[in-house]
Design a protein around this ligand. Structure first.
Ligand code: AMP
Ligand code: ZN
Length: 749
């Protein structure tokens, strides 16, 4: 393609993408599939890569760009961004119901008095509870976005706002005004907000208290790439400077902004008088749930903009508008914290939940609230038995904000998270741990029924079945949409299902796409034939780590053989016999026989037991199972004997998966097949007990490969003394690192 042809195609692609972006984000009625959109996007990106001179900043491919800023530049607003006069609802029963609108009536009276000759229409619209923003479009291109700041000067947050996909980089019109400043709010919708907080909590970071904070906090991020991950939206309802366009009414502003491709409030009305305003206000609240943002009351504006100047402005608010809160937002309530329960999330994160004495807040009865995490409880010193303040910001789940120490009964103790649950997972009784640097405790048992996501993630992970592309995010989306609740469900997934999987939020969709889906399905298919060791590891049986899995695999033909393994039974039996022998040993100092006859009986038992143990030892001598002790052996046998284990075996049979261990049952116990088949190692540093050549040879003999450099495909880096940069690389990519002893145990002792 030559340059003029490319130019034409690029222009066409950009326009098409802009239109579909608008249909998707602003109008919420997409006309093409995500895949078709992706294809167009990729074509544009490809052309722009070939013809870099044709790249323009308003191209849909240029949303996220630029390095993190050190600080924001200040911007002076040519038209100040004012605050609004407020009319409150007042609960004053003595003065009757009319009293609640007294401020509104007073506003109306003032307008009518100032403009006696005019008929006054009002526009009623929701007061969006977000972070104020002003956007400047010059010749249709977004050139500046700034926060309100103190109303006179704000921060230049252009790079951040460009990442918000619902905000057009170019206005949707062939003949845009030469300049137009549009004003509105940046907000985070409830679903996006809840999801973001879940992510923050899982990462051990502090969640945001409410969506407005989350939106404002996200806008203030210095790194646009972080902002791009935040589910932000914009809604617009006003203008600042305008050139090359004029507006007679506020309704016209709302209609024009919409026509230019900007999101405007879904509900707004022109009202003939204040009575109608009051009626419609009630109507907005009926529709509250349908609005994607939280509302902080309504705003009433004189529709005829030519009258605005005559109505003047004070230092802080314009005379033509008023904000009205028909009911006060019940922000807080006080109640008793009766107990704290702990819930186990899909990823194993343990979340404390407050069990409250039921209380009314925002018209709903509340008996449970979130308590972020253990650190947060300690920091605020919230105790069971405390009287606490709870908050519910709009539609969001209520949270415990703080205790009231003056009301604390004498017998409370500071909250000890791990102690509270007896150091065990409340779901499965498994061990719990706290990752370094993270605020959250986790259940460490991958078999924990609650931990669906983690189980799948582990199953697909490196060293297990190595299903590339199926990481934590995909696993979580699969679990959330119930497409895969257990690892083996992956084998039923179809490309179409995966391709449409949304990894983002409901409004901020980010689908996996067909290509990735095909890759994942192919990797799942490949996993069918991976060797037994990998499968044993993938099943996440308690106490069975990777090295042990490979040792077991080396002496069994397949999973069914492990499930009823005589070798494993021998190991358990050997241990039991030894224990019994220790107890009956007549020479035991701790437990001396009390009579001669008891001594003789015990002598006989002891002899029989030691003969038994000798026999077992002989039987086990041919097997190289250096790390497989009675605990591991029992754990394996128990797992496969359990209902869950039986189900897995049956399902594998149905799926036709035969996990191959050593080549044949007759091939001598220690005749290991290829326990490291399909695995790639990288060696760095000097090993004490073998040369690199020998190490390479040992890996190859077991079916593994040795590579020269570390990549995401590397399964292990073996680090000896004085390791080089490969070790850093491994850490950076999260590739597991083995020291020499662990490497040797992986090789099988
Ligand atoms: P306040 O800061 O509470 O005095 O309210 C004024 C702010 O409300 C403005 O700066 C806007 O950011 C915000 N606001 C939200 N919705 C609207 C709306 N529909 N019209 C005007 N301002 C609004
Ligand atoms: Zn658990």
């Amino acid at each position: 393609m030559n340059r003029p042809a490319a130019q034409a195609r690029i222009e066409h692609l950009r326009q098409t993408l802009r239109r579909h972006n608008h249909l998707y984000y602003v109008e919420a009625r997409p006309e093409i599939s995500d895949r078709e959109y992706d294809d167009l996007y990729r074509e544009l990106l490809g052309l722009e890569t070939r013809f870099p001179a044709l790249v323009t900043p308003d191209s849909p491919t240029r949303r996220v760009g630029g390095k993190p800023l050190r600080q924001f530049r200040h911007v002076t607003h040519a038209v100040p961004m004012l605050s609004l006069e407020k009319a409150y609802h007042r609960d004053a029963p003595k003065q009757g119901p009319q009293r609640s609108q007294v401020d509104l009536r007073r506003f109306d009276a003032r307008i009518l008095k100032a403009l006696p000759a005019e008929t006054i229409d009002y526009v009623l619209e929701p007061k969006v509870d977000g972070a104020s923003i002003t956007l400047l479009y010059e010749d249709g291109a977004l050139v500046l976005a700034a926060t309100r700041g103190d109303g006179e000067t704000g921060d230049d947050v252009t790079l951040n706002v460009r990442t918000i996909r619902g905000i057009p980089l170019r206005l949707l019109t062939p003949d845009p005004p030469s300049r137009i400043e549009v004003r509105g709010e940046i907000y985070m919708d409830i679903r996006g907000f809840t999801r973001l907080n879940d992510q923050l909590r899982a990462a051990g970071e502090d969640p945001f208290p409410n969506p407005r904070n989350a939106a404002a906090g996200s806008l203030k991020q210095l790194d646009p790439r972080v902002v791009a991950q935040r589910p932000l939206c914009g809604v617009f309802y006003g203008v600042g400077i305008v050139e090359g366009i004029a507006f007679a009414t506020h309704a016209q502003v709302l209609e024009t902004l919409k026509a230019l491709g900007l999101s405007t409030p879904r509900f707004w009305w022109i009202c003939r008088n204040m009575d109608e305003v009051v009626r419609r206000t009630a109507e907005i609240y009926e529709h509250e749930k349908e609005l994607p943002f939280e509302i902080d009351g309504v705003v009433i504006k004189v529709n005829n903009m030519r009258l605005w100047e005559q109505l003047g402005t004070t230092a802080t608010h314009p005379g033509y508008a008023i904000a009205y809160k028909p009911r006060e937002r019940a922000k807080e309530a006080v109640t008793l914290l009766r107990g704290i329960t702990v819930q186990v999330g899909r990823t194993g994160v343990l979340t404390p939940v407050a069990e409250l004495e039921p209380v009314f807040l925002e018209g709903a009865q509340i008996s449970r609230a979130t308590l972020h995490n253990a650190d947060d409880i300690r920091r605020k010193d919230i105790r069971v038995g405390d009287t606490v303040v709870i908050e519910r910001a709009g539609k969001v789940i209520p949270a415990v904000i703080r205790p009231i120490p003056e009301k604390r009964p004498p017998d409370t103790r500071p909250f000890d998270f791990a102690g509270h649950i007896g150091n065990r997972c409340p779901e499965c009784g498994g061990p719990i741990a706290r990752d370094e640097g993270f605020a959250a405790w986790r259940c460490n048992n991958l078999q924990c029924p609650a931990q669906k996501t983690r189980r799948i993630e582990h199953f697909a992970g490196r060293g297990a079945l190595d299903i590339e592309g199926l990481g934590g995010v995909v696993a979580d989306a699969l679990v959330e949409r119930a497409l895969a609740l257990e690892p083996l469900d992956l084998f039923d997934l179809r490309v179409e299902q995966l391709a449409e999987l949304n990894l983002g939020a409901a409004e901020d969709t980010r689908v996996l796409g067909r290509k990735n889906a095909e890759k994942i399905v192919a990797a799942i298919e490949r996993a069918r034939n991976l060797p037994l060791g990998r499968w044993l590891h993938a099943l996440a049986i308690p106490n069975v780590g990777e090295a042990i899995a490979f040792q077991i695999a080396a002496v069994h033909s397949d999973l069914d053989a492990v499930a009823c393994s005589p070798v494993l039974r021998d190991i358990v039996e050997l241990h039991e016999k030894r224990e019994q022998a220790r107890i009956v040993n007549p020479r035991s100092t701790a437990n001396q026989p009390k009579s001669e006859s008891e001594r003789l009986a015990r002598q006989r038992q002891y002899k029989a037991l030691t003969a038994g143990t000798e026999n077992l030892k002989r039987r086990l001598a041919g097997y190289s199972l250096p790390e497989v002790g009675p605990v591991v052996a029992k754990s394996l046998l128990d797992f496969f004997a359990s209902i869950q284990g039986q189900r897995i075996l049956a399902r594998l049979r149905k799926l036709g998966i035969t996990t191959q261990g050593r080549p044949s049952q007759t091939g001598g116990p220690a005749a290991a097949a290829a326990p490291l088949a399909g695995m790639t190692f990288v060696l760095t540093g000097t090993l004490a007990g073998m040369t690199r050549g020998q190490a390479t040879e040992e890996i190859r003999r077991r079916g593994g490969q040795v590579a020269g450099s570390v990549s995401r495909k590397t399964n292990y880096v073996v680090a000896g003394i004085e390791p080089g940069s490969k070790l850093d690389k491994a850490r950076e990519l999260g590739v597991p690192v083995l020291d020499e002893p662990r490497f040797r145990s992986l090789l099988g002792g």
